[in-house]
Design a protein around this ligand. Structure first.
Ligand SMILES: Nc1ncnc2c1ncn2[C@@H]1O[C@H](COP(=O)(O)OP(=O)(O)OP(=O)(O)O)[C@@H](O)[C@H]1O
Ligand SMILES: [Zn+2]
Length: 493
């Protein structure tokens, strides 16, 4: 089978064919770094991380680039409020971003260009737009003249005429930059310096870049004129992605991206989870509840990536239960492999995947389903089938001392499960296993002591926290503190 994707640009399913055979160039609009990430950001980052993993598994090489917007009014406002520099704010939240994503096991992109590191490329692009008649300078700012770009609106399906009718004068009254624009829909490529704000020298005077131009410049500088996949949240389709297209394609005369893919929003009570609405749950808060990071991954991947996803406690609980089932399946080999006489190197499987024959029907079924516009929910259904079968066999084994399916066959099934779960970025906490062989504390006892330690640390009683850590260590249990206040553990072998 071939991979097919829903292209937002053409509004139809298309066979996925990258420009260069076997190589995918993929760009994702990243975050504006002025606060901690919430579950909405997590969904966007998780989905595209798994798309990348899937493409790699399907044999492509992938260049995956995700930017950080580190010049923005929101960052400047926070810096002003705290009396610190813009860099201090952006550095703090870039660091927090990496911690949160690591906790969720989102893989690192190949590069993370930042607006502040791309000023030459940005200025080059604006200069070319000016030379080609798509941009004009006005009172220290530079604007993009949207009416010069014939295709404006092709991604979002919005026509300027309709927008104008809908806006009817509102734009003029609300937009403080309106007097500087030739048309109310023109947008800033460069903004003239304001007192006490950071600025960079440019042919148009000191100032800073607008938001939209940074992505166009980053793609061009780091990836080329046309990339394969341009992805991001649906909220960015208009105006951000529309403007990226207008900027890049006006200069190069080539499509910016072959395929535009958009993920749906995480919603709360029907509204987009967002900082401005105050209805958000940060990744940190979620993991500190504690919710297992893999349950968050399951919550996100069980939904159609293009549809909105409602965040409710029930949905989260369902994902937590689902993870338990999947985890039971993933741990099967570690718990019963020896008893079943498997001669596999479990360490090897844990770190390199199951290494199963690709002709296996399960694998084919999985890739057939996921190939169709990254249907991860469909792929997961296959993983659950496998996990449930292993659970059934586990019950037989513990109660009757034998399995129905042959041990050889079970081994293959388990390896397939581990492999496919790995493709979707799921990894079982092998260390959390109760291993009677090592004796000592039971799983529940360990969890109880960890909870006590967390309580002590919350009360700033670090001495007691350390004492509990040492007590556990003496019993062969090693604690690993993860970002977001989550502690995992494993038994020393
Ligand atoms: N509720 C959400 N669900 C899914 N993705 C989201 C959500 N909110 C933001 N994103 C995505 O996260 C990425 C980073 O967005 P950005 O930093 O601009 O956040 P934002 O939209 O300003 O968030 P907020 O509205 O909470 O301030 C974008 O790709 C955006 O589409
Ligand atoms: Zn962008």
């Amino acid at each position: 089978m071939t991979i097919r994707v829903y292209n937002s640009l053409t509004r139809q399913m298309e066979v996925f064919e990258p420009i260069e055979r076997g190589m995918v160039r993929m760009y994702c609009c990243g975050i504006t770094v002025y606060d901690y990430c919430h579950l909405g950001h997590a969904r966007t980052c998780l989905i595209w991380d798994v798309v990348r993993r899937y493409l790699l598994w399907r044999g492509y090489r992938v260049q995956y680039v995700q930017n950080f917007t580190d010049i923005d009014d929101k960052i400047l406002n926070r810096a002003k409020n705290e009396g610190v520099s813009m860099e201090e704010i952006s550095e703090r939240f870039i660091e927090a971003y990496f911690e949160d994503m690591e906790a969720l096991q989102v893989g690192r992109a190949d590069s993370y260009p930042r607006a502040t590191h791309t000023l030459n490329g940005i200025q080059r692009l604006i200069t070319e737009l000016e030379q080609k008649g798509f941009a004009y300078a006005s009172q220290g700012d530079v604007y993009y003249a949207v009416r010069q770009f014939e295709d404006y609106g092709k991604l979002s399906g919005r026509k300027l005429e309709d927008l104008q009718a809908g806006a009817s004068g509102r734009v003029e009254t609300e937009d403080p930059d309106a007097p500087k624009k030739r048309d109310p829909f023109d947008f800033a490529l460069w903004k003239g310096v304001k007192p006490s704000e950071p600025s960079w020298e440019s042919p148009w005077g000191a100032g800073r870049p607008g938001w939209h131009i940074e992505c166009s410049a980053m793609v061009r500088e780091g990836m080329g004129e046309t990339i394969d996949l341009h992805v991001g949240g649906e909220d960015l389709k208009f105006p951000h992605h529309e403007n990226e297209i207008a900027q890049s394609e006006a200069v190069t005369g080539k499509p910016l991206a072959r395929y535009w893919l958009h993920n749906g929003m995480v919603k709360v009570g029907g509204e987009k989870m967002s900082k401005s609405l105050g209805n958000f749950t940060t990744i940190r808060d979620l993991l500190a509840r504690p919710v297992h990071p893999m349950a968050v991954r399951l919550f996100v991947l069980q939904a159609d990536y293009r549809k909105p996803l409602d965040f409710t406690d029930e949905a989260l609980q369902a994902a937590t239960n689902g993870w338990q089932t999947l985890q039971d399946g993933l741990l099967f080999g570690y718990q019963y492999g020896e008893q079943l006489g498997w001669r596999v190197n479990l360490e090897d499987i844990a770190y390199r995947g199951g290494n199963v024959p690709v002709a296996e029907a399960w694998i084919e079924r999985f890739s057939d389903v996921v190939d169709e516009d990254f249907n991860f929910a469909g792929g997961l259904a296959i993983l659950f089938e496998l996990a449930k079968e292993l659970r059934k066999e586990r019950n037989l084994l513990t109660h009757e001392g034998k399995t129905e399916v042959s041990p050889e066959r079970l081994e293959v099934q388990w390896r397939i499960l581990v492999t496919l779960a790995g493709v979707l970025g799921f990894k079982a906490d092998w260390g959390g296993l109760e291993t009677p062989a090592t004796g000592g504390l039971s799983e529940a006892e360990v969890e109880g002591l960890i909870a006590q330690r967390q309580e002590a640390r919350r009360a700033k009683n670090y001495g007691e926290g350390d004492r509990i850590r040492d007590e556990l260590k003496a019993q062969g249990v090693i604690l690993v503190d993860k970002p977001g206040g989550v502690t995992t553990w494993y038994r020393e072998s």
